[in-house]
Structures are given as C-alpha cells and as structure tokens.
Design a protein around this ligand. Structure first.
Ligand code: M6R
Length: 364
C-alpha cells in the first residue's frame, strides 16, 4: 500500500535513503571503505571501452555513469538510447562489455539492444530492479538494485539505486585498472556511504520545495540546465516534470544555451539551475546570469556556498548538502523529483498513472 502517503510516488521518494543504503550494502564494506563486486567474466584492464544502453530515466543513469567511468576508471564509455542502438548496427569489438540498465528488466527496446550486443560477442551485464526478468535471464551477470517494487510510473527510487550501483562499479573499475589508489577509493567510498543520510536531510526540506512549485506550476515551458553530471540531472528533472505535470520542459547542457534555447527565454519561462559546488560551478553561474538578464525566473539548486554566492538573484533556491561532487547527481535527483511531484499535485494530474504512459514499455 501507500502507507501514509497520498501517492505511491511520494512513498517511493521518501524510501530512497533506506533503499539506497540497502543497495549499497550488497557491495560496500563501510568498515574497510572498500567495494567488492561479484566475480566478473572479464578483466577491467583489458577493456578498450564500454557501451551502456537504456531508455528514459534509466538512460540518464547511464549518462551520469559515463562521467564517472571516464573520471575514476579512465575508460571511455559510449551511451545510447536502446531504440537507436538496436537498429544502427553499431560495430562492437569482440570481448567488449555492454551494460544495460532497466528498472523492470522488460523494456522491449533495451532487451533487443541486449540481444544485439550478445550476438556481437559482448560480455553482457545488467542493472535491474525486478528480481526475475527477461533481461536478467539473457545477461552474463546482473546487479540487482534493492529499491523494492516501484509502482509509480515515474521512476524515482529505482533511478537513485541504479546510480549508487553504477558509482560502485565505476570505483571498482578504477581500482582494478590502477587509476585510483586505495586512498582515493576510501575517499570516494566515504562520500558514497554518506548518501543515505544526506538524502534523508534533503527529504526534510519538502515544504520549501512545495512552495517553489507554486511559483512555476502555471508556466507553459520550463528549462532545466546543468553541466557535467548536472546535465543528465537536468534532463531527468525535465522528464519527470513533463511526464507528471504535462508541462513542456527541456533539459539542456548549460553551455548549449547560447546555441539556441536562450531564444526562448523571457519572464514566462522559469529556469531550474542545477549547480552543486564543483569544477563547473562558475561556468553554470554565468549561464544563470545570462538567463536572468533576459528576465528568466530562476530556481537555483545548490549548496550553502553556492547559494551564498548567487542565491539572492534567484526567485527561489533549494539548499542541498555540501558533498563530494562525485555523489552530487545522486542527491540532486531528489529535489527535481519533489519539484515535479508538487507541480503535478498543484495541476491535479494523475501522479502515479500519468496519461499515455505505461510502467513497463514492453512494445517498441
Ligand atoms: O524499466 P526501465 O528502466 O527499462 O524503463 C525505462 C523507461 O521506460 C522509464 O525510465 C521511463 O522513462 C519512466 N517513466 C521515467 O520516469
């Protein structure tokens, strides 16, 4: 059931600290601050590159993972949406690794992409939330996220559990490949081990996010911008908002604004800025100033240091905990989920079962 909640989606959002912790406990040793993955049928050192394929929100998890693998494992990563990947006859070098991310394990396009990679000699790994699934049966190895059943059509807890799983895999790859030493592993592990507690803190700021929803729910178009892993978070925020509230929303890499979308900006288009304190902060901040100069109403997602620097210019800010930039995308996923949720509630749409959507897309 929904417990005390009006919607499954809210129940699933608030479960995140617990299920992220649960998912982490499968490969994470908090005492030694090390990660132990099950035995994998390949050596990370032998891989020239990896391919990650998924749809929708699971695809945004793949995009975030790309930044992680590149950074901590010095491994180039190709990501693609399954409906494109399955038909473009991509050349794959024998013995490569292809990973598939899916909450359900049943998404038709992702399953077809998996079969294509299998026929083309790839090691097949998947990250799946449902215990028994078609994709699981076709995979050489499976990481089961421990999010528990996700009923709301909008994916929330499955996404953040995919992310912590991918973060652990990337760190392990980095250690195996000799890119990071044990000290760096311990540092990253410490950052990850804090995620459940930081997520719980974020969930305490509901009321503020609900008030901000009132400032944007009447808009016809909303832009989300971010850089680095903040870019896929922006895409995810826009997807959540459009599927739940039916408001047109776009996620953009902040650096792309000038190449087109800034033409849309006026005082009717709110811009949600995803800007944790990380090496991209100043760049994103200057994009924020550019949209504000065109009268955009900005909602600013940052930590105390970021808000101190720029918060006063925004119509609203969501203050997030100061964390290692490596884990920021996991935590910044929560306020974008909550914002979409509260906007949808204000619009009176069917939060758990939005029009035209199915929980599991088993036809292409
Ligand atoms: O079960 P999957 O993770 O394979 O599903 C992929 C997408 O259909 C899914 O993430 C969809 O985009 C959600 N409605 C997003 O909230």
């Amino acid at each position: 059931g929904k417990g005390n909640h009006r919607h499954f989606m809210m129940k699933e959002i608030v479960e995140q600290p617990a299920v992220i912790g649960e998912t982490l406990s499968s490969f994470f040793n908090p005492r030694s601050r090390t990660i132990t993955l099950p035995d994998l049928p390949f050596d990370w050192k032998d891989l020239p590159k990896i391919t990650i394929v998924a749809c929708g929100t699971s695809f945004y998890a793949a995009m975030i993972a790309k930044y992680w693998f590149e950074k901590v494992a010095d491994l180039s990563v190709e990501v693609d949406i399954a409906s494109e990947f399955r038909y473009r006859n991509m050349p794959l070098r024998e013995g490569g690794l292809a990973m598939f991310i899916s909450q359900s394990g049943e998404t038709a396009d992702t399953l077809a992409a998996l079969k294509y990679a299998k026929e083309n000699g790839q090691h097949i790994g998947s990250i799946i939330n449902v215990e028994e699934s078609s994709m699981g049966r076709e995979s050489d190895f499976v990481f089961h996220t421990q999010a528990g059943p996700e009923i709301g059509v909008a994916s929330t807890k499955a996404f953040t559990c995919q992310l912590v799983t991918l973060a652990c895999i990337a760190i392990d790859a980095g250690v195996q490949r000799g890119v990071i030493d044990h000290e760096e592993e311990a540092r990253l592990c410490a950052a990850i081990s804090e995620v459940p507690a930081r997520a719980a803190e974020i969930l305490e700021s509901h009321v503020n996010i609900k008030n901000l929803a009132e400032k944007i729910f009447e808009a016809n178009d909303i832009l989300y911008i971010g850089r680095g892993t903040g870019y896929p978070v922006a895409l995810e925020g826009a997807l959540k908002l459009k599927e739940l509230s039916y408001i047109h929303a776009e996620g953009y890499a902040a650096g792309e604004l000038k190449h087109g979308p800034i033409a849309l900006i006026d005082d009717t288009v709110p811009v949600i800025v995803v800007a944790p304190s990380d090496p991209y902060f100043e760049k994103t901040a200057s994009n924020m100033q550019e949209v504000m100069a065109r009268k955009a109403r900005v909602i600013f997602l940052s930590d105390a240091a970021g808000i101190e620097q720029l918060g006063e210019h925004a119509v609203g800010s969501i203050e997030l905990p100061s964390v290692d930039p490596f884990v920021a995308p996991i935590l910044y996923a929560l306020p974008v989920q909550l914002l979409a949720y509260y906007v949808a509630v204000l619009k009176g749409t069917d939060v758990d079962q939005p029009r035209n959507l199915a929980k599991s897309v088993t036809v292409e």
